[in-house]
Design a protein. Structure first.
Length: 404
């Protein structure tokens, strides 16, 4: 049992010593005649796509999988999805699983988008009546309109991705596997997908996300797995995983990486116990133009006057808010010894729809002495009635006037 698990935790996915080997022919025959003549002489080699990979995923946990091209990410996801069998080891998945493994996977090219929706739903165990109830939501989310009645073989890559994600997320599986689908499509659709993933996570459902975007892993995931040439070289904190991934793709051998435990609070006098964002719509959810509150629970071993900062980053890791106590109150904040809560009330959100991360920083007035520094202490979702393409939201009148 892994140290982060307790006896009360429910396991959604068990990956136990999984290895996967593929046979490669050095000079594959091109015709039947060549196969008959050379079948005894053909040389094969073994490619180890995965080697002794083990980790567990708790119910409601989000895991990111990082690695360079050819590291075994997609093979691992296909093994968990059950589309390929491991050479050795075992995989167990509890609950209903939906997988977006690759573009167009699970779609029949000669069927229309509508027919494929029902086909995918039936594979997941849904009745036609159940799919009828959410069909309009799937079409609306996919933004396909009348193309839903077109054969999917005529779809673009973006249309494939929109339909596949719309089906998987609206069928509300217990476990969702996503392989690079967020890299396809325009920015507005990607942001809509991330917002829907955040809603999926808030319902305590389980997510495995394969991506080449370290920022997505840091923002969306509770833990991460880093693969290098089929080996799981790290399983743990997503911030640490991103650093190890970046070092591995720059040529450092996995056996030479310093796999120390990540700790953002090492040597600091103030520790963050919990952070949360609340609004009238509930915890972790904010609507544009509406007020919301950010709270950070602290424990301090000292009594000091400090400059406190609440930092908010979007899914692109761009800093969109930097709320400093001195700028807002005109003076340093008095931090007492023991437990206390920092509260910031924001009169109206100006953030566009999307997923945001809250970080906390406590320093002296000049920023030279750091008392606390915690990145991505919590996340929240800004939900708008319609998607937008900007990074901020404003209340504005939009009109056109007739001129002479």
């Amino acid at each position: 049992m892994e140290p982060w698990l307790t006896m009360g935790d429910l396991i959604a996915i068990e990956v136990n010593s999984v290895s996967k080997e593929f046979k490669k022919h050095t000079e594959p025959a091109k015709t039947l005649k060549e196969r008959v003549i050379t079948w005894r002489k053909s040389e094969t080699s073994t490619f180890h796509a995965l080697t002794d990979v083990s980790f567990n995923v708790a119910v409601g946990e989000s895991i990111g999988i990082l690695g360079h091209n050819g590291s075994g990410k997609s093979t691992l996801l296909k093994t968990i999805a059950g589309t390929i069998r491991p050479s050795t080891g075992s995989v167990r998945v509890r609950g209903r699983l939906a997988a977006l493994l690759e573009l167009g996977a699970g779609f029949h090219p000669d069927l229309t988008g509508r027919e494929n929706v029902y086909l995918n739903g039936s594979v997941l165990g849904f009745s036609r009546e159940q799919i009828d109830e959410i069909f309009d939501e799937i079409v609306e989310f996919s933004e396909l309109g009348d193309f839903i009645h077109t054969q999917v073989k005529h779809y673009s890559s973006g249309m494939y991705a929109r339909l596949g994600f719309a089906v998987a997320i609206n069928l509300q599986p217990d476990v969702l596997l996503v392989d690079e689908v967020l890299a396809v499509g325009d920015e507005a659709f990607q942001r809509k997908c991330i917002a829907r993933i955040n809603e999926f996570q808030q319902k305590q459902r389980t997510l495995l996300l394969v991506t080449h975007s370290p920022d997505q892993v840091a923002d969306l995931c509770d833990r991460a797995v880093v693969l290098d040439h089929g080996n799981a070289i790290y399983v743990g904190d997503p911030v640490e995983a991103v650093e190890i991934y970046r070092r591995s793709i720059h040529g450092e051998n996995y056996s030479e990486l310093n796999l120390t435990t990540h700790s953002v609070a090492s040597g600091h006098n103030i520790s963050v116990k919990e952070a949360r964002v609340t609004s009238a719509d509930g915890p972790g959810t904010v609507k544009p133009g509406m007020p919301f509150r950010i709270e950070v629970d602290l424990f301090s071993t000292i009594e000091t006057d400090a400059q406190l900062r609440i930092l908010v980053h979007n899914h692109e890791n761009l800093e969109v808010l930097n709320l400093a106590s001195v700028a807002l109150t005109g003076e340093l904040s008095k931090v007492k010894s023991g437990a206390q809560t920092v509260t910031v009330d924001i009169a109206a959100s100006t953030l566009a729809a999307g997923v945001y991360a809250v970080s906390f920083l406590a320093t002296d007035r000049d920023g030279e002495v750091v008392h606390a520094q915690v990145e991505k202490a919590t996340k929240f979702n800004v939900v708008a009635e319609s998607p937008d393409t900007g990074r901020v939201w404003v209340s504005a009148d939009f009109r056109i006037n007739k001129t002479a």
